[in-house]
Design a protein around this ligand. Structure first.
Ligand code: HEM
Length: 500
């Protein structure tokens, strides 16, 4: 070994674990590897010696390459870019990254399907995740949305059961309609979501040609403390495109990663995907004037009454360098907000606030927010430390608060919503359920061909031999309550009498 090789290495210099610039092969601990082709054996034919530390380390690392996949949204693709404010909404929020037109913030975005495994086809009828991490100067803001603007259920206590019903049968490992229709027959609040899932938009052409939505109601709050409920919406500048059944079979049959490839290739070709961000806002002082509850996630806010206001644009102009580091290890969480943006009492959002960080501590470990893709790009400081895989370099002697030795104090106070909260302890459903009106309106907004495709998909799903007469009748009654002719049409194709 040439001793000159080490002359430039200052062993006391701090080298981040990502330093990957050795001119020769090494073990993880930095020892030179002089042969990466053959195992260390006794004689030319073996056996292999346990003292071949490099071999053991290489196999052991390989054996642990996979981490648990996300319990939902396991299949996804990500890309980087920026968000730019185009319209001033500083009257609504004191969020620093929204402070003025022209302000740009780096982002990473992950698109996903929901139900199936990490390697599943991207042509399945399934909602698509649309999660954006804004690396702002005041810490990260995660807008963890979907391509549809509503959700199946409105209380997170039902989420694990809902996911179990949608996931493959635990016995056969096949996704089965009878289980899905059984579960949701107890939940007419899901009808609105099904007018998206069973519509043409249920299979987006790829990730570039789809809408996005924050789905849950959040709160914007300005410097003087005035709050507005807000819903966020992304609209692709290249328009929305979907795959009809036969197209999906063709596309998925020739490439089960077509949407990941489409995203990667278009960025590599300089054809950068772009979305415009819009908001809708409601003044909480007037929240009772609607026939729906503004914090009910199964409802859209009619755009003719609550118009879309433009805010900014999202441009994805950089592919990720490493799928594991910037996709598998990426962790979004609806609880990660910045001053000027707060949650609402939306019961589904409230449960999401807990669930994401909890699963990520399990999936990635307690220090998952130190991983480069998840760490804020702004400075941070607290005494949360140690734990598995903590790789932060720290040398302070005061790791408690308060202390007269540590000069770091509290941040400046920022406004949060101020309503006085009162009430008995209760477990109940919300007052204004209104489950049927919006699904019916949406169905009637489809042209006749689109209505026909919607009906066919329902007839097909309800024709699953394991769907009982009772479940079929419930679904027909639900659709009839949304739109009488829709219920009648599905019933007559199934040779049933609508019980309207
Ligand atoms: C109470 C309801 C919900 C619960 C408990 C829940 C829970 C979860 C969990 C545990 C994950 C996996 C996170 C990870 O391992 O990193 C996840 C991912 C995700 N969820 Fe939800 N979810 C809920 C509702 C929703 C809703 C309403 C939306 C849409 C607004 C949504 C969008 C997403 C997205 C986009 C991801 C993937 C994030 C990524 O790309 O890594 N979820 N959810």
């Amino acid at each position: 070994m040439d001793p000159q090789r080490y002359l430039n290495v200052d062993s006391w210099q701090f080298r981040p674990s990502s330093a990957f610039n050795s001119p020769f092969w090494t073990t993880n601990s930095g020892a030179p590897v002089w042969n990466n082709n053959s195992s260390l054996t006794v004689g030319a034919r073996g056996p292999i010696l346990l003292e071949d530390y490099h071999l053991i380390e290489k196999l052991a690392q390989f054996d642990r390459e996979r981490i648990p996949e996300r319990v939902v949204h396991a299949r996804g693709a990500s890309a980087k870019g920026f968000f730019e404010v185009t319209h001033d909404i500083s009257n609504l929020t004191c969020a620093d990254f929204l402070r003025a037109p022209g302000v740009q913030t780096p982002v990473i975005v992950r698109f996903s399907t929901v139900i199936h495994e990490r390697g599943s086809p991207e042509t399945l009828r399934d909602p698509r995740g649309f999660a954006v991490k804004f690396y702002t100067r005041e810490g990260n803001f995660d807008l963890v949305g979907n391509n549809f603007p509503v959700f199946f259920i409105r209380d997170g206590i039902k989420f694990p059961d809902m996911v179990h019903a949608l996931k493959p049968n635990p016995k056969s490992h096949i996704q089965e309609n009878w289980r899905i229709l059984d579960f949701f027959s107890h939940h007419p609040e899901s009808l609105h979501m099904f007018t998206f899932l069973f519509d043409d938009v249920g299979v987006p052409a790829d990730y570039r040609h789809m809408d996005g939505s924050g789905v849950n109601t959040y709160t914007l709050i300005n410097k003087s403390g005035k709050a507005h409920y807000v819903k966020f919406h992304w609209r692709p500048t290249c328009g929305v495109k979907n795959l009809l059944e036969e197209e999906a079979i063709k596309v998925g049959g020739s490439n089960h990663s077509h949407a990941t490839k489409d995203l990667y290739d278009s960025i590599a070709a300089g054809n950068y995907p772009e979305w415009k961000l819009f908001i809708q806002t409601i003044d909480p002082d007037y929240e009772d004037r609607f026939d729906f509850d503004p914090v009910d996630v199964t409802k859209t806010w009619p755009e003719d009454i609550i118009p879309l206001q433009p805010v900014g644009r999202l441009v994805l102009n950089k592919n990720i360098d490493n799928f594991f580091a910037e996709n598998e290890q990426l962790a979004f969480c609806p609880a990660i907000v910045v001053p000027g943006i707060h949650y609402s009492d939306d019961k589904l959002l409230q449960t999401r606030i807990f669930s994401y960080a909890d699963t990520q501590r399990h999936r990635l470990g307690p220090n998952y927010l130190m991983l480069p893709a998840n760490a804020p790009k702004s400075a941070h400081h607290n005494n949360h430390h140690e734990g598995f895989m903590n790789f932060m370099h720290r040398d302070e002697e005061v790791n408690y608060f308060p202390s007269r030795y540590d000069p770091v104090g509290h941040a400046e106070k920022f406004p949060i919503p101020q309503p006085i909260l009162t009430g008995r302890r209760e477990k109940c459903v919300i007052g204004k359920e209104n489950n049927f009106k919006q699904p019916g309106e949406r169905y009637r907004s489809f042209d006749p061909d689109r209505q026909e495709r919607f009906i066919c998909r329902w007839v097909d799903a309800l024709s699953d031999p394991r769907v009982t007469h009772e479940i079929r009748s419930i679904w027909i009654s639900y659709w009839a309550q949304s739109d009488k002719s829709l219920g009648q049409k599905i019933a007559s194709r199934l040779n049933l009498k609508p019980n309207i």
